[in-house]
Design a protein around this ligand. Sequence first.
Ligand SMILES: *[C@@H]1O[C@H](CO)[C@@H](O)[C@H](O)[C@H]1NC(C)=O
Ligand SMILES: *[C@@H]1O[C@H](CO)[C@@H](O)[C@H](O)[C@H]1NC(C)=O
Length: 280
Amino acid sequence: MVNPGFKMMDSLIVTTFLVTAVQGHMQLVSPAPFNATNNPHRTTTLGDPYLQYPYDCCGPYDKWEYPCRGYIDLLGTPDGEPTATWEAGSTQTWSIAGIGNHFGGSCQVGFSTDKGDTFKVATSYEGNCPRRYDGNEAPGQEFNFTVPADIEPGVHVFAWIWYNREQEFNMNCAAVRIADNSAYGISPRHTHHGAPKRELLSARSETVAWLDRPEMLVADDGNGCLTPHPTAELKYPNPGPDVVSGDGVYPLVLPSGNCAGVGHQAYDGSTGEDGHGVPH
Ligand SMILES: *[C@@H]1O[C@H](CO)[C@@H](O)[C@H](O)[C@H]1NC(C)=O
Ligand SMILES: *[C@@H]1O[C@H](CO)[C@@H](O)[C@H](O)[C@H]1NC(C)=O
């Protein structure tokens, strides 16, 4: 005979577990990600309601595919039209919103210029990303960064990856058009003799070439690399040249385990295993 007391305890534990398992609650808003409700190029009636949840959320069979929640194939289709145009080398703003900021974390933004095979870091935000705001969803989750000056023009994939102190991994992606740098202009030195010459007048010089930048960190997704939990925020082993320091409320700690391999998602959604190697 089943003891009713145990049954109730079991369901309490299960409920608590499900609640904690789906806590990642922020998503990229601008630039509008693939299949987001605010993406003007979305061709399906419904937008993806899960963009603010971590990749291992929402039950054993709802595991989201790395990269970009499985939406990378939308690049080059009507759904994947760019939602922002940014000049290489310009300062731009990205923003996130959601119903739970987890009192911070660490984020990276970057780009894939090879259709999702590799994602390289533009800027690393170590701690206080999202901004804590005492855990409230105050407006103002806007972050500035510089688009690498030497990224080639064209439509590329912008990515935002967030780790909170619950070892939750979320990644949203958006198609953006990188435009030629308008710092190119007509050089006065060339206007007197012959045809005006288009010349680079001013642009940020990059200390690390775009193609030599590190890849964005992928952890907490079953690949053997785990971010700190729960008393520290992530310090990136390879943050790249553009790093924004947080507020120092939590110590910054490097991830543990095998973090040398990047970009892999080792768990298999069909088996119901989560990102930490733990069956749900
Ligand atoms: C967007 O998400 C909705 C809701 O999950 C889904 O029905 C639709 O097929 C998705 N659209 C695309 C283009 O993947
Ligand atoms: C971002 O840049 C804009 C324009 O320079 C500036 O007004 C704003 O304060 C910056 N925001 C942050 C959070 O640094």
